[in-house]
Design a protein around this ligand. Structure first.
Ligand SMILES: *Cc1c(COP(=O)(O)O)cnc(C)c1O
Length: 379
């Protein structure tokens, strides 16, 4: 099955019982047992629910793993994965991971004795240097936010295997339409399905896919024990989102290429960050490991004042956090998603006050470009 077909025919399609083409929403908590312990595969919806199961089978197929798991948010998914580790274990993470991942590692899981080190994983040597005796995993986010740095997944997974570590990849930005980390050697792939997978700014959810029966058993144990499961209605919304993921990612790519070209040639724009640009430092790796470069673009307009002028005049770009939806979104990382990072550290990373991040949506590219052109003319 090719990729777009798999989005539509993957997993469990429809309903065996009635022939319904769409998976029904099994809004149910418990299931009748014919005798003690004799039931039709489901006993209680924290443990398993047919709508959630259909979603979990679908994401498993898309990510080419052995089992899928759906959680109430991306952070619940990440936390459950970290619960595979014990007190005293150590994890190496990408230095500019999603802020919530940084927070849960350094303010919550550290209290339980799970230790973390953040390194520039786009440089494979720094990963190897950070490995300690108690290291259990390498956790990669690629591309990153907001500077779109790329880590070589295959290279990192090779290092991990050599040292007997797990490779975990946050695949939120690329989606399984463009990038399937398990095929590159990763053991666990996870998503904030709130973003491209849901795709319509109407659901908060997380997904995990693992590549072995052992990891599947361990993660199901954690999911059932800690209980951060996704409800049936939201599971259904994600299945619905995935059916159009292929076409949405293709169209996003077309729009983004045109917008990046426009921004790159505009004199009010100091710098454009996009892995699809041939001058991006990891362009070749991005090209090799993903079929496309996605819809996230960052660009620098030089100052906070210029950023504010731009934000005040855009019409189709909604000022909001989040990404990956049908509508285009715009944000200022320094004062929004990355505000909690000290100013000095932000400057080191390149997250300047004039840095703008956009998530390109599915409007007509001409309208989006006209909107940006008009807004940039005010600078
Ligand atoms: C949003 C996001 C998360 C967290 O997901 P939630 O669904 O908001 O809990 C994790 N990783 C990345 C890359 C994200 O963009």
């Amino acid at each position: 099955m090719r990729r777009k077909t798999k989005m539509i025919h993957g997993g469990i399609v429809g309903d065996e019982l009635t022939g319904a083409v769409s998976t029904p929403i099994y809004q149910v908590s418990t299931y009748r047992q014919e005798a003690v312990g004799k039931f039709k595969g489901y006993e209680y919806s924290r443990t398993g629910n047919p709508t959630r199961h259909a979603l979990e089978e679908l994401i498993k197929d898309l990510e080419e793993g052995t089992s899928g798991f759906a959680f109430g948010s991306g952070m619940a998914a990440i936390t459950a994965v970290m619960m595979l580790f014990d007190s005293g274990d150590h994890v190496i993470l990408t230095d500019d991971v999603y802020g919530g991942t940084y927070r849960v590692m350094t303010k919550v899981l550290n209290r339980l004795g799970i230790d973390s080190t953040f390194v520039d994983t786009s440089n494979l040597e720094t990963i190897e240097q950070a490995i300690r005796e108690n290291t259990r995993a390498i956790y990669i986010e690629t591309p990153t936010n907001p500077l779109l740095k790329i880590t070589d997944i295959e290279g990192a997974a090779k290092i991990a295997k050599k040292h007997n570590l797990l490779t975990i990849v946050d695949n939120t930005f690329s989606t399984p339409y463009w990038q399937t980390p398990i095929t590159l050697g990763a053991d666990i792939v996870l998503h904030s399905a709130t973003k491209y997978i849901g795709g319509h700014s109407d659901v908060v959810a997380g997904l995990v896919v693992v590549n072995s029966k052992e990891l599947a058993a361990d993660l199901h144990f954690v999911q059932n024990s800690t209980g951060g499961v996704l409800g049936p209605q939201d599971s259904w919304l994600l299945i619905r989102g995935i059916r159009t993921l292929g076409i949405r990612m293709e169209e996003t790519e077309h729009n983004t290429v045109r917008i990046v070209e426009f921004l790159s040639n505009h004199k009010a724009v100091k710098k454009v960050y996009y892995p699809g640009l041939s001058n991006h430092p990891n362009h070749d790796i991005a090209k090799k490991q993903g079929g496309g470069f996605g819809g996230m673009v960052s660009f620098d307009v030089g100052s906070e004042e210029n950023a504010d002028k731009l934000l005040a005049s855009v019409k189709y770009f909604t000022l909001a956090e989040s990404l990956g939806a049908v509508e285009s979104l715009i944000s200022v990382p320094a004062r929004m998603t990355h505000a909690s990072i000290p100013a000095e550290r932000r400057a080191e990373l390149g997250i300047t006050d004039g840095l703008i991040r956009i998530s390109v949506g599915l409007e007509d590219a001409e309208d989006l470009i006209e909107d940006l052109a008009h807004a940039l003319s005010s600078i």
